[in-house]
Ligand binder design. Structure first.
Ligand code: BGC
Length: 813
């Protein structure tokens, strides 16, 4: 098996949308689905789509007389279009030819998507067509495609139609079909070249504008044909205001290969260093060189990213391949090019329209991988949050709170983008969506800032931006929490935890639940850590920030009290002992008849939809979509959690994790693939075999489309990046402690030979696992630095150019 390839033999129409998402090409600035070049969207088999960070648009749909506003990541003009007409006949389509062979392949290392096919048309002509494409990692505004056409048993004339199409809609998600999908207005099309690019006479260009957000997007394409002995190419043009094409006519000779190159430039008015998108797109295309030159540059840029980001696991080829698929997709969305943008990280990446390209808490799963490899990209994503701090402040104020209340779903300007109604595909009904009550997002952002600072040591960021966000988030928690004198505890009411099946108490009018344990414990930690952050700042900065925000001694005293007195609900586990209650009153809910649902439905991950379609209500039952309580064991080590709980005056014994893992595993449907990750992580030191099994499910969840159709709507970036992080922080127990790297390894046997580079506070470090030893090598021998590394109780200061092999006891054999 080639672990650098994702390969498909044979064309399977029902799988095509999944393959399109999995084989997308992108560079951290824009991304294009791996669709056929010669087809427009038919909403069933083919769905070409191009998306760029931050290009959102809002549209209102009138639903039964009620205006419903949504903000979407916009499907941008299709630059792929290339069609082949033989002897003046209709363009070749998959259903108009007999396929003799077909291969669809993604080269992960080179970032090249290829389709190689041989077909026989209705006139019996046999033709082979080898296509390649890339989105450039060296120049973020460029992409290229190449076709090699070989007539096998005929000679004759052909036409290649090369187009840019601005008539595209957002139609990639069946559930959103009733919602307005028109986001683009035409601006203009062009066919000639401005004088600064003399060789660009073969250029077509198109400009569109998003309808409400008024972002201009321009694409220019240069198409050329290369034959063995030179070719006469006849060109003709056709253009409308939102579509332009050029037809290239030439002759083919039996057995001889002719090449067609389509080079693309892509700009938006959100770009840096431009005059305006169209003229810059024209300028850029005039300078782009040939396909092979541009491809070489792209490959070199991507190769250097692989050097920093690859995770090697020679012991298991399939796992190795899936890890690389996940790294590839992370780099499609999060690359050094992203570091220049005002961009957050969309939960579903940039290769489809699921969840409208919104930014959720999934960052929590994505940043740990980036923190140790591309920390400048995490910084960008955190700056995205910082730039929207005023919006979060306004949201808190307008809801009657203080500080900063970040939205559950965020898009262009940081206002709340969570939909208010949700289509249940099981019933065809629109139900209210209360998931915006997931206030834990604020604590998650706080946690992300903290972890980024720990891994990168980026004090400037903390001082100038991070601390301000953290303090304002803490302030929000202090204002939403209230003191219950009877209990002598602080409580938070009216919120939801990560488990979205529970939106309110059964039969209640009001949304939200009381004392979600995950939220309350996070808040206790936030309140304690806010003080630590203030202590880290030099007194001058500390005082300046306190003055600017008006943080009083009383507030600090309240935070301190909250870190000791947040309420955490517990209830009896029928198997004995106590478990943490997901929220107050959870124990009063009914047990679900899991057997019934397993027997009667093929897939029960989305039990919420099933129950609602049956006229029932998921709020009634002890069931979870995904890990909620268990998130605590995912985000904190056992020791950290023990300290937090003890500070709160609650005990956490050695059995707590196991009891909670067992209890909630039996009541969770894993309706979000994030859940597999969390369960795998928590199981890592409870039941390694079960953990690995769950890990493999998480690892295969997108490639195997375990949710039955969601991956085709866009990959799940949280689970992809999370599986990469699980190796380092789950199985190797890697964390930043006392200014150094600390490992607490408990690897499954399958990880023998694991090797990966990381960047710790600017210092390159290699980590490998072999023969029962964990080796840590600090790179760059000609530099002076060293890293303190601990494994269990052994701590070593490793200097540049040196390495140390730590014994890890049991585990790997
Ligand atoms: C999950 C959320 C997640 C969102 C985006 C939902 O299905 O329940 O936790 O943030 O998907 O990935």
């Amino acid at each position: 098996m080639n672990t650098w390839k994702l390969e498909y033999e044979g064309f399977e129409p029902e799988e095509e949308q999944l393959r399109e998402a999995l084989t997308s090409t992108g560079n951290g600035y824009f991304c294009t689905r791996g669709s056929f070049a010669w087809t427009e969207s038919d909403e069933k088999v083919h769905y070409p789509g191009t998306y760029a960070h931050g290009v959102y648009n809002r549209e209102t749909t009138i639903m039964a007389g009620v205006p419903v506003l949504n903000e979407d990541l916009v499907n941008l003009p299709n630059w792929l279009l290339l069609e082949l007409r033989i002897e003046g006949e209709e363009s070749i389509r998959m259903d108009s030819v007999e396929l003799l062979s077909y291969r669809h392949e993604l080269d992960l290392y080179g970032g090249v998507l290829s389709r190689n096919l041989r077909f026989r048309d209705r006139a019996g002509r046999e033709t082979s067509l080898d296509t390649r494409r890339f989105v450039s990692m060296s120049n973020p505004n460029r992409a290229g495609m190449e076709w090699r056409i070989t007539p096998e048993n005929w000679s004759g004339s052909v036409q290649v139609v090369t187009a840019l199409d601005g008539r595209v809609l957002n139609r990639g998600v069946a559930r959103y079909q009733d919602l307005e999908g028109r986001h683009l207005d035409p601006v203009s099309t062009h066919t000639s070249s401005p004088s600064f690019a003399d060789d660009a006479a073969d250029v077509i260009a198109l400009e569109v504008r998003t309808r409400q957000s008024r972002i201009y997007v321009a694409e220019a394409a240069r198409t050329r044909v290369y034959g063995e002995n030179g070719l006469d190419v006849e060109r003709s043009l056709y253009r409308m205001e939102d579509y332009v094409h050029e037809v290239l006519g030439f002759d083919l000779e039996q057995g001889r290969t002719t090449r067609v190159e389509k080079m693309i430039s892509f700009y938006t008015s959100r770009d840096n260093a431009i005059s305006e998108p169209l003229s810059d797109a024209m300028r850029s295309i005039g300078r782009c060189g040939t396909f092979s030159e541009a491809l070489e540059r792209h490959k070199r840029a991507l190769a250097s990213l692989w050097q920093e980001c690859d995770v090697r696991l020679p012991a298991d080829e399939e796992v190795q391949r899936l890890l690389r698929v996940h790294i590839y997709h992370v780099l499609n969305v999060c690359s050094p090019h992203t570091a220049d943008l005002d961009a957050g990280v969309p939960a579903r990446g940039l290769n489809g329209e699921a969840y409208r390209g919104h930014i959720f808490w999934d960052e929590l799963y994505i940043f740990p991988f980036l923190n140790f490899r591309l920390p400048e990209v995490t910084r960008t994503f955190l700056m995205y949050r910082y730039r929207r701090l005023n919006e979060a402040r306004a949201a808190a104020r307008e809801t009657g709170y203080r500080g900063a209340m970040y939205p559950w779903q965020s898009g262009s300007n940081g206002s709340e983008e969570t939909q208010s109604v949700h289509l249940n595909p099981e019933s065809g009904k629109w139900d209210p969506d209360l998931s915006r009550n997931q206030r834990h997002i604020g604590a998650d952002i706080f946690y992300n800032v903290y972890k980024y600072y720990m891994a990168s040591g980026d004090f400037e960021f903390l001082k100038d931006y991070g601390a301000e966000m953290m303090l304002e988030i803490t302030r929000f928690w202090a204002s939403i929490a209230h003191y219950n004198a009877e209990r002598d505890r602080y409580e938070i009411h009216g919120v939801m935890g990560p488990d979205e099946f529970h939106e309110k108490y059964p039969g209640a009018e009001k949304g939200g639940l009381n004392n979600n344990a995950f939220t309350n414990v996070m808040v206790a930690w936030v309140c304690e850590t806010a003080r630590e952050i203030l202590d880290i700042l030099p007194s001058r900065n500390r005082e300046a920030l306190r003055d600017a925000l008006g943080i009083t001694d009383e507030e600090l005293a309240t935070w301190d009290e909250m870190s000791r007195k947040m309420f955490v609900p517990f209830h009896e586990d029928p198997e004995g002992g106590e478990v943490i209650s997901q929220f107050e009153g959870y124990e009063d809910l009914e047990e679900l008849d899991w057997g019934y649902y397993r027997n009667n439905y093929e897939k029960i991950q989305r039990l919420d939809r099933i129950l609602k379609a049956e006229g029932d209500d998921p709020d009634r039952y002890k069931l979870s979509k995904q890990a909620d309580v268990l998130m605590l064991f995912y985000l904190f080590t056992r020791e950290e959690l023990k300290v937090i709980f003890e500070r709160l005056g609650y005990g956490l014994d050695s059995e707590t994790a196991k009891r909670n893992a067992d209890y909630y595993a039996g009541r969770t449907s894993h309706g979000s693939t994030l859940s597999f990750l969390v369960h795998a992580h928590v199981l890592a030191d409870l039941d390694l075999d079960a953990s690995w099994e769950m890990y493999l499910t998480a690892l295969g969840s997108d490639v195997n489309d375990v949710q039955g159709g969601t991956t085709g709507e866009a990959i799940h970036l949280g689970v992809m990046a999370g599986t990469l992080d699980l190796l380092q922080s789950g199985y190797l127990g890697c964390e930043v402690r006392d200014g150094g790297l600390h490992f607490d390894p408990n690897p499954p046997e399958k990880l023998e030979g694991l090797h990966f580079p990381i960047l710790f506070r600017g210092i390159p470090v290699d980590v490998s696992l072999s023969g029962g030893k964990l080796s840590v090598a600090v790179q760059d021998e000609d530099r002076e630095h060293s890293v303190k590394v601990g494994v269990g109780d052994e701590v070593q200061e490793i200097r540049a150019g040196q390495s140390h092999a730590f014994g890890i006891g049991s585990g790997v054999v």
